[in-house]
Design a protein around this ligand. Structure first.
Ligand code: AMP
Length: 498
């Protein structure tokens, strides 16, 4: 149900904010957020208040990225936004900062007025059941992304008084969420399913919502959330500001945007993959699963590797591979959608704290995970959709660092590899490691590094993991590797099935 055509306090502030060009913008993006343009505008010149700028400075942000340069002024002005921006380009701040600025301005406007309490029952006296009435809602496809957005909100808004952000995620106990909702947070960051549960139970009321963000909208559509999104949107006022972020703005997003957005500022940050020079991408051909495992073991022992994500096609493969790697002495854990949220949170925390050095994950981790120590991404299996390749490799080379992305490809996967190369508009060079040559040679040409003749099959004594060449990641005591290598007690989520 949509309601109310009155101008909201936030919209009133927007009316005074910057006027903006209507033309769609297409910009070639810098590869990562830290390549924020130092010669361009500053955060202050985009309209952000001193307290927001100081929080950004404390977070190490000096200059806005391209998407932030376009989105922040338009967002502060209350415009709807339709944004396509590559992974790692600073898009979370591109929607969070204008929203936080609007909260900051609202708080200043209210500072001179007598303070009204903001009880969760909306101020109607008796409180039989607390109902949260948020001002802003961010919808994300995955729980991990939701938690990162929540952290970003806390970071950027840390100098604002009383700006509470709560994540509403599936897999978390209801009681705990109800306690958080009872505080009537200003910002909710939610995955669609659990939010609908709370709406149906009457614990959340969206009738006062002023800002809606759809983060990774294309992914939400792919995951079948379209009806959930429509249900949620019907519960909020039509007068809200809507900011929609998506990797692509093609057909399927088009029909959604037509219904959700009003005269949006369209911002397309185009990033050519060939410009992603900070991520070295290679392909290694493998003969079979055993060859793949042995080569992965070898590559994981690279001296330059700090932390790695290994992507598998299935949840069961993620569990099994994490287990095999743990047996070989790697501090590994699995992450996929079948694991309880508590286990997923613990694994991400362990990765962040470097207690996990090799995360084996399905595409649930392909977006949103932002951990600076990830130096390597391995495609143990190629992704089903070419665009997921870009999201996967974007987990390394974060914020201007360099990264390495290796795809282990079976000859039968040529078609999938070609689709990826077409998508990224560049051929991926083929590498061969001495002692791990595939039996079948690939044709040279097409910009590839070819190799001739038959390589030595194996070169690793037939062992899948634990060849002992190099150091097991972070284990410090397993140079002998092997199946009996001493293990670290870090999380082994997959093995324990937690
Ligand atoms: P995102 O695209 O939102 O996932 O952001 C990618 C990474 O860039 C995150 O680690 C952000 O904290 C970081 N970041 C975002 N904006 C900036 C900026 N203007 N300067 C430096 N780092 C940034």
């Amino acid at each position: 149900m949509t309601s109310s055509n009155t101008t909201s306090p936030l919209n009133a502030i927007a009316d005074q904010a910057l006027g903006l060009a209507d033309a769609p913008v297409q910009i070639d993006a810098a590869p990562a957020a830290a390549e924020a343009v130092s010669t361009g505008p500053t955060f202050a010149s985009l309209g952000l208040s001193a307290e927001v700028v100081s929080a950004l400075t404390a977070a190490g942000y000096q200059n806005p990225t391209l998407v932030q340069q376009r989105a922040i002024p338009a967002g502060i002005a209350g415009r709807d936004l339709l944004v396509s921006s590559p992974t790692g380009s600073g898009k979370t701040a591109a929607f969070m900062l204008p929203a936080i600025e609007r909260f900051a301005q609202l708080q200043k406007a209210q500072a001179s007025q007598p303070r009204e309490p903001r009880p969760a029952d909306g101020g109607r006296g008796r409180r039989p059941k607390p109902v949260a009435r948020p001002t802003m809602l961010v919808l994300t496809p995955t729980r991990e992304l939701a938690m990162q957005v929540t952290t970003a909100a806390a970071t950027y808004g840390k100098h604002l008084k009383c700006l509470r952000t709560v994540s509403i995620l599936g897999g978390v106990a209801y009681g705990q969420q109800l306690m958080l909702l009872a505080k009537n947070p200003e910002i909710l960051v939610a995955t669609p399913g659990r939010l609908i549960d709370h709406l149906e139970r009457g614990c959340i009321d969206l009738s006062q919502l002023q800002i809606l963000v759809l983060d990774e909208a294309d992914r939400m559509l792919d995951m079948g959330f379209i009806e959930d999104i429509e249900t949620i949107v019907e519960a909020m006022p039509a007068t809200r500001q809507t900011m929609l972020f998506s990797a692509t703005l093609d057909g399927k997003i088009g029909s959604l945007t037509g219904r959700l957005l009003k005269d949006p500022e369209r911002i397309e940050i185009v990033q050519r993959m060939e410009q992603r020079t900070n991520i070295a991408q290679t392909v290694h051909y493998v003969d079979d699963r055993d060859h793949k495992d042995r080569l992965l073991d070898h590559l994981l022992r690279d001296e330059g590797l700090d932390q790695a994500i290994v992507f598998t096609a299935t949840k069961i493969d993620a569990d099994q591979l994490a287990g095999r790697l743990a047996d070989a002495g790697f501090e590994s854990a699995a992450l996929h959608g079948d694991l309880p949220q508590g286990a997923r949170n613990r694994t991400i925390r362990a990765l962040r704290e470097r207690r996990v050095r090799v995360l084996v994950a399905t595409d649930v981790a392909a977006r949103g995970i932002d951990i600076p120590g990830i130096t390597h991404v391995f495609n143990y299996d190629l992704p089903k959709f070419a665009e997921d390749y870009v999201h996967r490799i974007g987990r390394t080379g974060r914020a201007g660092r360099s990264g390495i992305a290796v795809s282990l490809v079976h000859h039968a996967e040529q078609g999938a590899l070609k689709r990826i190369e077409r998508f990224v508009r560049t051929p991926l060079p083929v590498n061969v490691v001495e002692g791990f040559e595939p039996r079948k040679a690939e044709p040279t040409g097409n910009g590839r590094l070819g190799f001739g003749g038959r390589g030595r099959p194996g070169g690793n004594g037939g062992r899948r993991f634990g060849s002992g060449s190099g150091k097991p990641v972070g284990n410090g005591g397993s140079r002998d590797g092997g199946y009996g290598a001493r293990r670290n007690d870090g999380p082994r989520t997959a093995r324990r099935g937690s």
